[in-house]
Design a binder for this molecule. Structure first.
Ligand code: PLP
Length: 407
């Protein structure tokens, strides 16, 4: 059976071009780039070129502003703890209720150690209120950390506007964005639309590089202390011998994703829209979470009322289709998604949510296959669901204290 992989917000396949680019740095050019002998020079040069490529594709003029890390979690930890440590005179941090745990848990940790943290709410479409944001900025604010695109719903926050408003209020407030889901999917120019952003995190494995490599853009002059100290690498901002093969891979992946961004994302958006349209046409009581907001082109978060996401995932998997319920990091726990709770998705739909996320390797046939099998999976699971039984045999679910909402 062919595997249809539609869980690209969890991780992506390594692109063949990326694999080919990195192999020589695992084999012949394995040297430590800091070593002084001749063969290591080619490795050091390749590292410099890779950093230039990454910087160039994000509009960063000085490649030294790209800090190479092991993953987006490390980039986020560095940005948030680093900014907090660098500014001991202020104690207020602003974030949102729907961040990835790699930001949310770091902010909660700051709150436990005495910082005041504002977790901005979102509306039922997943949008932030800009008025709430402006109200939250105060003289004690040291850091704003707000994601660019949500990993679960794909909802995009107006980073250009929020970072500009921050700097207009107080240029010394550090503005960080977790762009792990948007680099390579949305246009990002750190010298253009994102010029007011000080720190920006992302990760290789969301854009067809391997797992274990990430980056943090650090605008020159941004107060931010290192997380890893020891060696002199990365200009003293992150100790540890550079992961040269994966850095080469990241550069190739960023190049591939950003060079064809418009054509590729237009095609991916068409696949996603077709999937949503077809499923809405044939499955009763579905809602597309975040549909009323600006979203990533590749992400569809669909709630089928009255059933469990795990059942749907299992049945899809039996048909060779890989998707996820909530984010991969939180699936495996029975906790409902904090993102869908923040969107006020009703109880009967939070548990029945499923995320399909596409990449450049998905095809029209993949969508056709999902549309062929998914409605029947939903219908069969509903036959077994006591909530569905209630819905079809009793007047209204409000009788159980459940909130009812359909598309
Ligand atoms: N931030 C967002 C928005 C994510 O989606 C993820 C991973 O799913 C991360 C951070 C963490 O990325 P990494 O696995 O590279 O640490």
């Amino acid at each position: 059976m062919k595997t249809i992989y539609t869980d690209n917000n969890a991780t992506t396949a390594v692109a063949p071009e990326v694999y080919e680019a990195m192999i020589p740095y695992l084999t012949a050019n394995y040297f430590n780039p800091s070593s002084m002998y001749e063969p290591a020079r080619a490795t050091a040069d390749a590292l410099t070129d890779a950093r230039k490529t990454i910087a160039g594709h994000l509009g960063v003029a000085d490649p030294k502003q790209i800090l190479l890390t092991s993953c987006a979690s490390e980039s986020n930890n560095t940005a948030i703890f680093g900014a907090a440590k660098a500014n001991p005179n202020r104690r207020h941090v602003i974030t949102t209720a729907v961040e990835h745990p790699a930001v949310l848990e770091v902010c909660k940790d700051l709150a436990r150690s005495g910082f005041r943290v504002t977790f901005l709410p979102v509306d039922t479409d997943g949008n932030l209120s800009v008025e709430d944001f402006i109200r939250a900025l105060d003289a004690d604010t040291l850091l704003v950390t707000i994601m660019h695109a949500n990993n679960e719903t794909g909802v995009v926050f107006p980073i250009e506007q929020l970072s500009r408003l921050t700097k207009e209020t107080d240029p010394s407030i550090v503005f960080h964005t977790d762009a792990t889901q948007s680099v390579g999917k949305l246009p990002i120019d750190l010298n253009g639309n994102f010029r007011h952003v000080d720190l920006l995190s992302f990760s290789g494995h969301k854009l067809h590089a391997p797992k274990g490599i990430g980056a943090l853009y650090m605008k020159r002059g941004t107060p931010c202390r290192p997380l890893l100290i020891g060696g002199h690498q990365e200009g003293g901002r992150r100790a540890g011998t550079e992961n040269v093969p994966y850095i080469i891979a990241l550069a190739k992946a960023v190049e591939l994703a950003t060079e064809h961004i418009e054509d590729e994302q237009t095609r991916i958006r068409a696949l996603r829209d077709k999937l949503e349209q077809r499923l809405e046409d044939v499955i009763p009581h579905v809602q597309i979470n975040g549909k009323g907001a600006q979203r990533l082109p590749n992400t569809s978060n669909i709630s089928c009322h009255f059933i469990e996401g795990e059942g749907m995932l299992f049945e899809l998997s039996q048909n060779g289709i890989c998707a996820s319920s909530g984010s991969a990091c939180t699936s495996g726990s029975l906790e409902p998604s904090h993102v869908l709770i923040a969107l006020n998705v009703p109880f009967t739909a939070v548990h029945g949510s499923i995320r399909f996320s596409f990449s450049r390797y998905n095809t029209d046939e993949d969508v056709d296959r999902i549309v062929e099998v998914f409605p029947e999976i939903v219908a069969n699971l509903r036959k077994l669901s006591p909530y569905w039984d209630n819905e079809t045999n009793s007047p209204r679910p409000e009788a159980d204290g459940l909130v009812w909402r359909t598309q």
